[in-house]
Design a protein around this ligand. Structure first.
Ligand SMILES: [Zn+2]
Length: 267
């Protein structure tokens, strides 16, 4: 059994999968190892398809980047954050990042695998977010993509579905692509992230914003604001576990940890 496992891991590594950390640690220590059975390319393919669909739907409804001032602002903030992603992974500096604002009254924002960002006007308007607060939400979403949380969850689902041994066999066949596109949609868009992924995204996001020159204490503010309005909103980070209280505590601690990075960025 051990030999089988070993050959499976070697095989998986060969095609870009296996057990490794998708990112370097940074100051916040984001170098946790992850089991990856689904390839990054497959996740990205699925993400591109899904992103294209969301954008063309929004465009057809006349709600894509409708508010030019807001879109410009969100894109400028994204540029500053993206310029810092190299601290966690150098390759992400060369991703084909895209940032679009959808004019819809929902508390939502996300970043799909490979750097495809959607920001909904509702979260900015309802929470009356300033630039640093927008950077905090976006940093969190970018972190999910950098750490490849969707890919990790799709991989975990494969293990559950077919078992470890069968997963190895499945990896060899190319007709699993279609299935994977569906997995991407499910794990990048529909299901909320789990508690540990949320905390990890909080930690990486706050480091990104601090390095980009945004006061990390704004992250704490965002969650205090969320706490006030969190009733039945379909937002990925509201539906999951870290309670607002523990989240605010953790972010307060983390904001102190990364504060020196913020000070340095302003020199
Ligand atoms: Zn999240």
């Amino acid at each position: 059994m051990r030999q089988l496992l070993l050959s499976f891991i070697i095989g998986a590594t060969f095609i870009g999968c296996g057990i490794a950390s998708s990112t370097q640690g940074g100051v916040v220590g984001a170098d946790r190892s992850q089991l990856m059975l689904v390839s990054a390319e497959q996740m990205e393919q699925g993400a591109n398809q899904n992103y294209g669909k969301v954008l063309s739907q929004a465009n057809a409804q006349g709600i894509l980047n409708k508010n030019h001032t807001q879109t410009r602002k969100v894109r400028a903030i994204a540029r500053r954050l993206i310029s810092q992603v190299g601290v966690f992974r150098k390759d992400a500096l060369n991703w084909d990042w895209q940032v679009n604002v959808i004019d819809k009254d929902v508390l939502n924002a996300w970043c799909m695998p490979g750097g495809k960002i959607a920001f909904y006007s509702g979260i900015i308007n309802k929470l009356n977010l300033n630039d640093a607060e927008i950077a905090s939400v976006m940093g969190h979403e970018i972190a999910h993509a950098l750490k490849e949380h969707s890919r990790e969850r799709a991989s975990q689902a494969q293990v559950k579905q077919v078992g470890f041994m069968l997963a190895g066999q499945l990896l060899g066949v190319s007709n699993s692509n279609l299935q994977l596109a569906n997995l991407v949609s499910k794990y990048a868009l529909e299901l909320p992230f789990g508690r540990s992924h949320e905390s990890e995204a909080d930690n990486m996001g706050i480091e990104l914003m601090a390095r980009a020159g945004y006061d990390p204490r704004a992250a704490v503010n965002v969650w205090k604001k969320m706490q006030k309005v969190s009733s039945g909103a379909p937002m990925e980070f509201m539906s999951t576990h870290p309670s607002h209280k523990s989240r605010i505590e953790n972010l307060t601690k983390m904001s102190q940890k990364v504060y020196p990075l913020y000070s340095q960025s302003r020199r």
